[in-house]
Design a protein around this ligand. Structure first.
Ligand SMILES: Nc1ncnc2c1ncn2[C@@H]1O[C@H](COP(=O)(O)OP(=O)(O)OP(=O)(O)O)[C@@H](O)[C@H]1O
Ligand SMILES: [Mg+2]
Length: 223
């Protein structure tokens, strides 16, 4: 009688991908992608208990045209908080780096969709404007059309209203964006809006305006 091979244990299965990849994307220029990438990376590193010796969140700048985020961080290394690591180049690091999460800052325009390559999760910041709402619809359509070739398993987590002012125009556009989110299939959550603040414009990482959105997104992301 031949002995049957024991069924594979959990450890013998193909390894679980340890590092999640969250892209911050929009095809609109100046939509707060880089700002959002930096604040989310900073807050998520805090939630995950990252330290100087043990960074847990990598920040990858795929905006090759302006590179504003990585250039700014190279000039101001103190803005890369303990727990966060600015990654070189455009490609994801190997699993051996031990990061729990990589946040990708993506470019606007024609490279927007390609730069989502290998992302597991996506959050879309939107600064309220009529043009922003039009761009959002196009972007969501492009993602649906090209997801299979770019990142087939990517989950679109939420929209994030950013640089929001308490004006009639912003309230109206936010309602439109809410409709776009609600009629998406499946419906998209809208994160708590990040208000327009000088502290955010000046990249004060201790400012609390991103906290509520970051907490909620962290729960959706299940990192
Ligand atoms: N909540 C906010 N309050 C005040 N200013 C903000 C806020 N969010 C973003 N900004 C400002 O808006 C401008 C555009 O933001 P950011 O550079 O993050 O956009 P982007 O989408 O990365 O732009 P690009 O498409 O050029 O890469 C910046 O000057 C930034 O400081
Ligand atoms: Mg940018």
């Amino acid at each position: 009688m031949t002995l049957m091979a024991a069924p594979p244990t959990t450890d013998a299965r193909s390894p679980v991908k340890a590092t999640k990849v969250l892209a911050v994307g929009s095809q609109k220029g100046g939509a707060a992608k880089s700002t959002t990438s930096l604040y989310l990376a900073t807050r998520f590193a805090e939630y995950l208990g990252g330290t100087e010796e043990n960074p847990v969140v990598g920040l990858l700048d795929r905006d090759v045209t302006s590179k504003n985020l990585s250039e700014m961080l190279r000039l101001h290394p103190e803005m890369v908080r303990p727990g966060v690591r600015l990654l070189p180049g455009k490609e994801l690091p190997g699993a051996s780096e031990g990061l729990r999460l990589v946040v990708i800052d993506t470019p606007p325009g024609i490279a927007a969709i390609d730069s989502l390559k290998s992302a597991d999760l996506l959050v879309v910041p939107v600064i309220p404007s009529q043009q922003g709402a039009v761009n959002l619809v196009q972007y969501l359509r492009n993602i649906k059309g090209q997801r299979v070739s770019v990142s087939p398993h990517m989950r679109l987590l939420a929209l994030l209203p950013a640089a929001v002012r308490n004006t009639k125009l912003h309230r109206e556009v936010l309602a439109t964006i809410g409709d776009i989110a609600g009629t998406y299939d499946p419906p998209l959550p809208m994160l708590p809006p990040v208000p327009l603040r000088t502290a955010i414009e000046e990249w004060n990482l201790d400012a609390h305006e991103y906290d509520a959105a970051a907490k909620e997104l962290f729960e959706y992301a299940r990192i």
